[in-house]
Structure formats: structure tokens, C-alpha cells
Design a protein around this ligand. Structure first.
Ligand SMILES: [Zn+2]
Length: 312
């Protein structure tokens, strides 16, 4: 069984928003615990996402609610979910039996001042993206053109001091340039497509793909149809993005960050791809493209495992 890492799952946000139980799974969910285990996922970034919500709660209150959801998962799942995972947990995690989770803050809206990031680090957050789509006090999001603010530079430095991973997924192109020039720690794109295959503000240019690979980072392929092509893209279209990323970045710098059950549903996955249990199709397709077994292991899980365990 190929072992997968999924660098982006909005588990708490989607479970709380849709009233679905992650542990037992739900007919409408693509990435509940049953599907993730069936797909061979042993490690995933579980997001704290507070940039968009319908109630009056503050981002910090929403973050607390989502972290509390993750804190309860090990007990509720008979310890098949490990949160927050450490290096030994990941090393001992058997595919199909358990899944290790580590926290990813998608948009730093819950953080008021850089010094507050340490409290989130202690709660299990090891990856952070300064923004979601919109600009915030830290940086420009992909809906705009502005870059990092002075406060954003200070937050990047605090993340480096703590030893965290930077995620560029929702940043504007200017913010990505600024981050590449400012950050010392690892840089990833947890869930993106390739702009050269299908142009979209959420997809990375070849220059940015190359820059992340050159400094030892990893770019994760998103499975949201809207970013992969016009109309309803196929699994083959998703593979085109993955193969382009591999051509630009090499086999040490590409992975998967599906975002399944994030801001989209099963109907927005590529045609022929239904749930996380279908992830092994990537291993088959990569073998069909001529990748070696070792390269397939790296792309499916090893590359993100390398970067994420380096900050656990
Ligand atoms: Zn996202």
C-alpha cells in the first residue's frame, strides 16, 4: 500500500460547518476518517481556517473551537487519529490503521500580534499561511496585488524563530516574492495548481514553483476542479498539473494537498475521483508515466513527510 500525505484538509472547519462526523464519515464527505484510511493517508495537515464565517465569533474564538475539535479526535477515534503528531508518531503510523495530523493555520486572522503565534505553535500548529484570498494585516492575498506588510515581515520572523513552515497557497504573487526574500524556514504550497497548465490566481507560476523547489520546499497538488481547468476537469487533467510540477520542480519537491471537503464538495473533484480512497490512483498513474517506485513514494507522501517532520 502506497503511503500518502495530504498537505491540506479543512477537517474541523468542514465538520463543524456541515455538522458531519469526521470519525464515522458521512455519505457526502470525500475525506472522512474511513476514506483517508482506505486511501493510505498516514499524515495530513489539518487546517484552522477563520478567514470566512457566518457568525459573530472572532477569528481567535473560531480558531479555539477548531483546535478543540482536533483535541477531541484522538479520544473519539479510539486513537486512530493522532493529534498533534510528533516524529515518532509519524514513523510508527501504519497505513490503513492510523492517521497523524499536524496543524496548518490557513490565514493568520486569529493572530493579533506576532508573539501570539507561539501559543498556537504549542497547540499543534506547525504550518501557517499569512492570508487566505483577501488582504489582511500581514500580507496581500491572491485576490489582490499587494505584498507583505511590515507586521507581516515580523510575523514571518517569529514563525522562523519558532521553527514553522510557511505556506504560500493563497498569497498574491507579490507576497510570494516577498516571502521568498524574507523567510528562512521551509516554504511549501500546501494546495495549488500549475499556472502554466491552467491560469488562475491560486495556481503557481513556473518561477515560483522552481523557487520553492530550489530551497527544499514542496508544492502540493490541489484537487479542486475550478483551479485545474475549465468546465469539469478529469483525473487526467489533474495529472497534467502534477506532471508539469514534476517537470519544473523534480521528484523531491512535489506532493498532494487535496483540500477535499474544503470550500467545495465531491461534485467539484475531478471526474472519476470520488473520495480519498481513490488516492492510490495517483500512484498507478505516476507508474504509468514512468516514475520509479521510490519517486512515487516521495510524491505521494515522502516529500511532505520530510518537510513536516522537520518541524515537529
Ligand atoms: Zn485554501
Amino acid at each position: 500500500m502506497t503511503t500518502f500525505t495530504d498537505a491540506h484538509l479543512d477537517i474541523a472547519w468542514s465538520s463543524l460547518k456541515n455538522g458531519r462526523d469526521f470519525v464515522s464519515g458521512h455519505p457526502d464527505a470525500a475525506a472522512g476518517l474511513p476514506e483517508l484510511l482506505a486511501g493510505g493517508v498516514t499524515l495530513a495537515c489539518a487546517t484552522v481556517f477563520c478567514a470566512e464565517h457566518d457568525d459573530e465569533s472572532t477569528p481567535a474564538e473560531l480558531a479555539e473551537r477548531q483546535l478543540a475539535y482536533y483535541d477531541a479526535l484522538p479520544g473519539r477515534s479510539d486513537h486512530r487519529v493522532i493529534w498533534p503528531a510528533d516524529v515518532m508518531d509519524v514513523g510508527m503510523c501504519t497505513p490503513g490503521e492510523k492517521i497523524c495530523l499536524i496543524g496548518l493555520m490557513e490565514g493568520c486572522e486569529p493572530v493579533a500580534v506576532p508573539e501570539e503565534m507561539e501559543a498556537y505553535y504549542r497547540r499543534g500548529i506547525r504550518v501557517a499561511a499569512l492570508t487566505w484570498n483577501r488582504n489582511n494585516r500581514w500580507a496581500g492575498g491572491c485576490e489582490g496585488k499587494s505584498g507583505l506588510t511590515t507586521e507581516g515581515v515580523a510575523l514571518v520572523k517569529e514563525m522562523d524563530r519558532l521553527g514553522m513552515v510557511h505556506d504560500v497557497s493563497h498569497l498574491s504573487r507579490t507576497s510570494i516574492d516577498d516571502l521568498l526574500g524574507t523567510a528562512r524556514g521551509p516554504i511549501i504550497a500546501s494546495h495549488v495548481g500549475a499556472d502554466a497548465v491552467y491560469s488562475h490566481a491560486r495556481n503557481l507560476t513556473d518561477d515560483h514553483l522552481r523557487a520553492i523547489a530550489q530551497r527544499g520546499g514542496v508544492v502540493g497538488l490541489v484537487l479542486y476542479s475550478k483551479f485545474l481547468g475549465g468546465g469539469r476537469p478529469s483525473f487526467g487533467d489533474a495529472m497534467k498539473h502534477l506532471m508539469h510540477m514534476l517537470a519544473i520542480c523534480g521528484a523531491d519537491a512535489v506532493g498532494i494537498g487535496s483540500d477535499m471537503d474544503g470550500g467545495f464538495g465531491k461534485e467539484d473533484l475531478p471526474v472519476g475521483f470520488h473520495t480519498a480512497a481513490d488516492l492510490p490512483r495517483f500512484a498507478e498513474a505516476l507508474a504509468g508515466e514512468g516514475l520509479s517506485a521510490h519517486e512515487i513514494d516521495k510524491v505521494c507522501g515522502g516529500n511532505f513527510r520530510r518537510v513536516l517532520t522537520s518541524v515537529m
